[in-house]
Design a protein around this ligand. Structure first.
Ligand code: UD1
Length: 343
């Protein structure tokens, strides 16, 4: 029986996508090294889906271990999430990012090719777009990253374009995510950042829990409606459905094709805090501080291509993102760890 290999399937987007794949009738195999995720996420996906799947603890860079998975299973396509993703860490330890994110991709492509598996959905990011006055990005906008993490995504995209130009067997869909937030409505799977959270949404939920005193709002002098940064927040369940849609389209793409996964709507930092407070009834104290270096005023997707070609459109609004993200946080104050001392 043909199945889909999900690398990094225990991560935030990986776990929601694995569930969406199972629910849409795909058979799935997961590999994950659990460096920034927890196997408990996979147990919960199995419970939610009402059916099981195999998973292997391995690093995608381990050629022989990955090869063994391909020998064991009839893999028709791969969704590749496994990667490091912390921007600050990538600035401090760039080689680790290049070795992990690009090393893993190269090993994966080699093993796929050796097993005649030429269908890949690749996790990219809106961070690949050159930040400019223009703030709503189409897929053909110029690319330029401002940190090593973003560069690993640009280089990976280029590698995929070169490979598919060299060999017509390859069909690759590159998905550029905007700002994924929220959690599965069950509250059973969600985002479990290890160490200090850097992204806005997990910081808001931690402030609402009382684990942090306040949200530090990075600047209120941007050219936006209230001066704070505007982003295209997208519910992780919508994002997961985008991957199911990508698998349905993949036979029809030529070479490597990129798609934005975003809502097309922007919300400022203060909008998010206000809607979170309204939705959850919790207070989220905040304080305006200096701008964060590397931030831009506005980053919003133009999702027209995904709507037209993938037949996919984000359906969940910021209220749903806040409601579901908060439910996950309340039910799992320590993420997947069972007790505080284990985190
Ligand atoms: C960040 C990364 C991006 C990555 C994405 C993953 C940077 C510069 N960019 O995007 O490469 O792909 O996460 O989700 O790190 N904010 C605050 N206070 C906070 C945290 C954030 O005001 O404590 C503001 C930011 O200035 C920004 C917005 O909230 O306007 C969203 O920030 P964040 O969640 O970190 O996402 P991005 O910066 O868009």
């Amino acid at each position: 029986m043909a199945c889909i290999l999900v690398t990094g399937g225990a991560g935030f987007i990986g776990s929601h996508t694995t569930l969406a794949l199972l629910e849409s009738g795909h058979d799935v195999v997961v590999v994950d090294n659990f460096t920034n995720s927890n196997p408990e996420a996979l147990q919960r996906v199995k419970r939610l889906a009402g059916r099981g799947f195999l998973h292997y603890q391995l690093d995608v860079r381990d050629h022989s271990a990955l090869d063994a998975v391909f020998r064991q299973h009839n893999i028709s396509a791969v969704i590749h999430f496994a990667a490091l993703k912390a921007v600050g860490e990538s600035v401090a330890r760039p080689l680790e990012y290049y070795l992990n994110n690009l090393g893993a991709l190269m090993v994966l492509l080699g093993v796929m090719g050796a097993h005649d598996c030429f269908r890949l959905v690749f996790s990219s990011s809106a961070t690949v777009y050159r930040m400019a006055a223009e703030s709503s990005f189409r897929e053909d906008a110029p690319l330029e990253a401002v940190n090593p993490y973003g560069r690993t995504k640009i280089f990976a995209e280029k590698i995929l374009c070169d490979l598919s130009a060299s060999d017509a067997n390859w069909k690759v869909i590159i998905l550029r995510y905007f700002n994924p937030v929220g959690a599965h409505p069950s509250g059973m799977i969600g985002e479990a950042p290890q160490g200090t959270a850097n992204n806005l949404f997990p910081i808001i939920t931690q402030v609402a829990m009382g684990a942090l005193p306040e949200v530090r709002v990075y600047g209120n002098d941007y050219p936006t409606h209230d001066g704070t940064g505007v982003r295209d927040y997208i519910h992780v369940c919508d994002l997961a459905q985008g991957h199911v849609a990508a698998l349905s389209l993949i036979e029809q793409v030529n070479g490597a094709e990129a798609f934005n996964l975003g809502t097309g709507r922007g919300h400022s930092v203060l909008d998010v805090i206000r809607i979170f407070e309204l939705t959850t009834g919790r207070r989220v104290p905040c304080r305006i501080v200096e701008r964060r270096p590397g931030d831009v005023a506005i980053s919003v997707a133009n999702p027209a291509k995904a709507i037209e070609r993938l037949g996919w459109k984000a359906g969940l609004d910021l209220t749903a993102m806040c409601r579901d993200g908060w439910r996950w946080q309340e039910q799992n104050p320590y993420g997947y760890a069972l007790i505080e001392s284990t985190i």
